[in-house]
Design a protein around this ligand. Structure first.
Ligand code: PMP
Ligand code: GLN
Length: 388
């Protein structure tokens, strides 16, 4: 293994899902739903397969139907307009979009700022690109019940070598949704310091308004941002088909062309028949997105209340399908040790947030649980965790 990748080992998701299988524990670790998405969308994929649409290599940028549907989705949801022919690129999930964006836009030695804790592929993709990662730590704010970005820390992290900001909102694993005020400041900084931004918005449809008006606002919609932002989306999260690996980016023709240069040598293309199905999925009525979100909100509430009753300090997420907890009230302080022992102790798998940090000590007492599971599975997990 080369030096760029030597520090990474096996992704925590593979390790913890294998542990769940081995011990028969309830898997609230890796984020995938235990119920498939809409049947009509699955049938759309079956039809594409049967009709021979997408069974051979689809076009490099993605099938026109899907690119048009992505552009239409950005217009309908956010009033952002993208040319489907020049400003949309279909990728093998968000994972490839992240890797291809960094490989295309980062020079060896460039600094890339990412909000810590960060989704595990960010660090590896920055490393593959030869970049230097510069973490800015989201700080737990017990009074507000959320993890917060310190804008001064972000400002201080920018140097003449900073090439790119890699953002994620709604944020995995903390569930933080960046506010309009925070995004406004981030956008100002990016413009002032002439930075590119790659923004991972795969949880855009999992934002819960708890009466405070919280909503997803794409960074590309702020002044001066559209021309410097690569926005990443994924069908896996929104339509509950994580195995299909259909993702996309929207950006300027120049940035899309750059990312495509890298993408064409990673997978070239992927997911032929599924692209047709997701083109139909993106055109589902608003009621689909609302009921998906409300269903997940109920699960969030179920698991948040259960974890609180089991003695965890809970950071109730404004978005995503993850809950970050603090295990210190249980007399624990090492999330790694806690998660490794949890399947044997009570038959539940969770993810230690420390794996998402460079400053491991900052993440040590935090543990992530996924709530994209059947109510009875969540209830059983809670009853097991109560015996801790
Ligand atoms: N970004 C974030 C923040 C994620 O949580 C995930 C994982 N689900 C991905 C990207 C990868 O998405 P995909 O499965 O579409 O590659
Ligand atoms: N994004 C999912 C999570 O955070 C897992 C994806 C993966 O297994 N790489 O749990």
């Amino acid at each position: 293994l080369n030096r760029r990748l030597a520090e990474f080992g096996t992704t925590i998701f593979a390790e913890m899902s294998a542990l769940a299988v081995k011990t028969g524990a309830i898997n609230l670790g890796q984020g995938f739903p235990d119920t498939d998405g809409p049947e009509e969308i699955r049938e759309a994929a079956v039809r594409a397969l049967r009709d021979g649409r997408g069974n051979q290599y689809p076009p490099g940028p993605g099938i026109p139907e899907l690119r048009t549907a992505v552009a239409e989705h950005q217009r309908r949801q956010y009033g952002l307009s993208y040319d489907p022919d020049r400003e949309v690129l279909v990728t093998a999930g968000a994972t490839e979009a992240i890797a291809a964006s960094l490989l295309a836009l980062v020079e060896p030695g460039d600094e890339v700022i990412a909000l810590e804790p960060y989704y595990d592929s960010y660090a590896a993709s920055i490393a593959l690109a030869g970049g230097k990662r510069v973490p800015v730590t989201l700080r737990p704010d017990a009074a507000e019940g959320r993890f917060r970005l310190d804008l001064d820390e972000l400002r201080d992290a920018i140097t003449p070598h900073t090439r790119l900001l890699l953002l994620n909102t709604p944020h995995n694993p903390t569930g933080t949704v960046l506010t309009r005020a925070e995004l406004t400041e981030i956008a100002k900084l990016a413009v002032e310091r002439d930075l590119l931004v790659v923004t991972d918005e795969v949880y855009e449809h999992l934002v819960f308004d708890d009466g405070d008006g919280t909503t997803h606002i794409p960074l590309a919609s702020f002044p001066g941002m559209r021309e410097r932002t690569v926005t990443i989306g994924s069908a896996g999260k929104t339509f509950s088909y994580t195995g299909w690996k259909v993702g996309w980016i929207t950006s300027t023709p120049e940035l899309v062309t750059a990312v495509r240069s890298a993408k064409q040598f990673l997978t070239y293309v992927s997911s032929g028949p599924f692209q047709y199905a997701i083109a139909e999925a993106l055109a589902l009525p608003d009621s689909y997105f609302a009921s998906f979100r409300e269903g997940m909100r109920a699960k969030r509430d179920l698991l948040s209340e259960g974890l609180t009753a089991a003695g965890f300090d809970v950071y109730r997420p404004a978005g995503t399908y993850f809950i970050t907890t603090d295990i210190r009230p249980l007399g624990e302080s090492d999330g790694f040790a806690f998660c490794r022992a949890l399947p044997e102790r009570v038959g539940v798998v969770a993810i230690p947030n420390a794996v998402f940090y460079d400053h491991r000590e900052a993440g040590a007492p935090f543990v992530r649980f996924a709530f994209c599971k059947k109510d009875e599975v969540l209830a059983e997990a809670v009853s097991r965790l109560k015996s801790l």
